[in-house]
Design a protein around this ligand. Structure first.
Ligand code: RUQ
Ligand code: CUA
Length: 665
């Protein structure tokens, strides 16, 4: 099975050897000279590069001005941001500010962006970190459409909406029921719903209950956020949650095609352990791992939405919740045993197979949705859990268990009938064949492990190109490794994560490791990779005076020539323009104690002609992209002179793009 690795390598080595041979026997004796100086064979020798290295370099190197084939949208982990990376070059293209202020983009310094951040904070508190986990690209008919990106913050149970017309965050929503989430964000095939699954069970809406009332008072949840594509916003009043038993719900995924309208969600700690190592109880890690089986939650979302519309939900903390008793009685929620504390649940592109990864079990377990539906339809249950949720028989609905290796976590797919599963404990990626029509179509033995590639080290999620939608590209796989250990130069005890790019394009050959990319911010969890030509973002804002918060013309946006300052009692309102290389007005005079409202419009129409606006003491930095209008507001509480200046190097006279805010005592 692994022999193919070697023959493939030999083949690659042969091809490159041949290439080098031709190069070195080329025009002149010392080998091929390129302008700038260099002889490929000599460089390879001097740098100790193998033929496989040269192939990897040739597959990833991007000559200047050439664009990458894919965009990778990666979670920024604790930074609360989203990373945008070009594939295969692995060049960082952008860091999108989401749950935390981001000064370069002026994210969190203007009125509007501050409001978006604040909307995600509990009343009276300011959150300034997030633990971003799972980015989800919007889909149309189960295929990425390049319009929106969603991401969750596990630490505070928040969900954000990013508009890919300008790569900016538009909305942050705090889950009204839970403190933490994990099984999100995932979207249904037409992005009607954004899924946010919970994680650690707790009494809802922040209420107190002692741990000895765990079974009665603590609950799990999954929230279905209704998304309005035209508005580009989640609509909380049209959204609802399911009350779930206090098992710890883990990852989820939305059904597609045959399983469209269904949601699948893993759980662990069905033992309902409550910890207490200090009181002589088993620690969580042991207490939550006693049972051989936990429960895969199978949720009939269409049915749940129907009951919600029929008024079967109650309000908890002002939010619509379908009670567990209703879900259990009405067939909204069904359980299936799943091997011991699994982690990822991934719906295959055909929508029929669900791959559940063992974590503590070396197998991937593959469930067949057609069988699940039939078993639910025939009422063939083995019993109920103690909350009254019906349980199906494992053997009725499972098609295969494939031994993959140690610590399987997450699975992605390609168009060649392969699935790829990360093996955390083994630091490897397993490639294996799917069953059903797929493998028959590709003439392969179903449910078989065919190849493994080592990664460095402790891989969590993986991402193949468009690898979780109905039409995967495969091609490239990015392994999101938790540990870097010895891969990079020493930067102190806190090491970067390591994104490794792997070529999975050859269905007959082996997978080839191409590139290591250290990620020096946060701990990225998941990423999704989309074909670059599906992203149609704006080059400049559509009109001068554009408000990115509303994605429409701002009433306070002005054209150059319309600048003015108005005073009304203690309120001073300024309409300022920014053009290369001046602000107008350049002097702004107010009195101490004045309430200042300041609108600034970038009147530029040239691509990349962004101006900044940095104001000392008042803690302001704006990024005014061509056409953009932003508003800041503050009380001039300290007299003095405050030079404001453009924080983007926009022109030769950029240093002169400045002015004075004069606050008179
Ligand atoms: S996960 S721990 Cu997606 Cu593997 Cu968050
Ligand atoms: Cu505008 Cu520098």
């Amino acid at each position: 099975m692994f022999k193919s690795n070697f023959s493939k390598l030999a083949l690659a080595a042969g091809a490159v050897g041949l290439l080098l041979f031709f190069l070195t026997c080329g025009e002149r004796k010392g080998g091929v000279q390129v302008s700038g100086g260099g002889d490929l064979a000599a460089i390879a020798e001097a740098r100790g590069l193998t033929p496989a290295d040269l192939v990897a370099a040739a597959k990833t190197y991007m000559p200047t001005g050439r664009h990458d084939e894919y965009y990778l949208f990666g979670s920024g982990g604790h930074s609360g941001q989203v990373l945008v990376i070009g594939v295969p070059s692995m060049r960082l293209l952008k860091v999108i500010g989401v749950f935390t202020p981001e000064p370069w983009q002026g994210w969190g310094y203007s009125n509007e962006t501050r409001e978006v951040l604040k909307a995600g904070s509990p009343a009276g508190k300011e959150l300034n970190w997030g633990d971003t986990h799972h980015p989800a690209l919007s889909e149309t008919n189960g295929d990425y459409d390049g319009q929106f990106l969603f991401i969750n913050d596990k630490a505070n149970a928040r969900v954000a909406v990013i508009d890919l017309r300008d790569f900016e965050t538009k909305q942050i929503i705090k889950n009204p029921l839970s403190m933490s989430d994990h099984g999100g964000t995932f979207v249904t095939p037409n992005t009607d719903w954004v899924i946010e699954g919970g994680q650690y069970a707790m009494p809802w809406s922040g209420e107190y209950a002692p741990l000895d009332q765990y079974k009665e008072k603590y609950r799990g949840m999954v929230t279905f956020w209704k998304f309005d594509r035209a508005k580009g916003r989640i609509l909380p009043e049209q959204s609802f949650a399911l009350e779930l038993p206090p098992y710890w719900q883990d990852l989820s995924d939305a059904g597609k095609l045959v399983s469209d309208g269904w949601i699948f969600m893993n759980s662990f700690n069905t033992e309902m352990a409550t910890g207490g190592i200090e009181e002589g109880n088993p620690p969580f890690e042991a207490g939550a791992s006693q049972r051989d089986m936990d429960y895969l939650h199978v949720i009939n979302l269409n049915k749940a939405a129907e009951l919600f519309r029929a008024g079967k939900t109650t309000k908890i903390n002002g939010f619509n919740v379908l009670p567990l008793s209703v879900s259990a009685a009405e067939g909204v929620l069904t359980f299936i045993p799943e091997p011991k504390s699994p982690h990822g649940v991934d719906v295959a592109p055909d929508g029929n197979y669900l791959v559940i990864s063992g974590k503590l079990d070396p197998h991937a377990t593959v469930y067949n949705f057609t069988k699940i539906k039939a078993a639910i339809g025939s009422g063939n249950f083995s019993g109920k859990d103690e909350f009254g949720v019906p349980i199906l028989n494992f053997d009725d609905v499972v098609d295969a268990q494939i031994e993959l290796g140690l610590g399987p976590l997450h699975t992605q797919f390609d168009p060649n009938g392969y699935a790829y599963t990360s093996l955390f404990l083994e630091s490897a990626i397993a490639r294996w064949t799917m069953g059903g029509d797929w493998t028959q179509k590709h003439g392969k033995e179903p449910w078989t492990l065919v190849d493994k590639v080592s990664v460095h080290y402790n891989v969590g999620h993986i991402c193949t190109a468009e690898g979780d939608n109905v039409n995967p590209d495969g091609k490239y796989l990015v392994s999101l490794n938790k540990w870097a250990v010895d891969r990079f130069g020493n930067v102190g005890p806190l090491l970067p994560q390591n994104f490794q790019l792997i070529d999975v394009s050859d269905p007959r050959g082996a997978m080839q490791l191409l590139y290591d990319m250290p990620i020096g911010v946060g701990e990225p969890h998941y990423a999704q990779m989309i074909k670059a030509d599906k992203i149609n973002s704006w080059e400049v804002y559509p009109e001068v005076g554009w408000n990115p918060g509303t994605q429409s013309k701002d009433p306070n946006g002005i054209m150059p020539g319309q600048e003015k300052v108005e005073r009304n009692g203690k309120k001073v309102e300024i309409w300022m323009s920014a053009m290369r290389s001046h602000y107008n007005p350049e002097r702004v005079q107010v009195n101490k104690g004045d309430h200042v409202i300041w609108h600034i419009t970038n009147g530029e129409r040239a691509k990349d002609a962004t101006h900044g606006f940095g104001l000392p003491y008042y803690n302001v930095n704006l990024s005014l992209e061509p056409g953009e209008t932003q508003t800041i507001e503050f009380v001039a509480d300290q007299a003095g002179v405050y030079p404001f200046y453009c924080t983007e190097f926009c022109s030769a006279l950029h240093l002169e793009m400045t002015g004075y805010l004069l606050v008179k005592p």
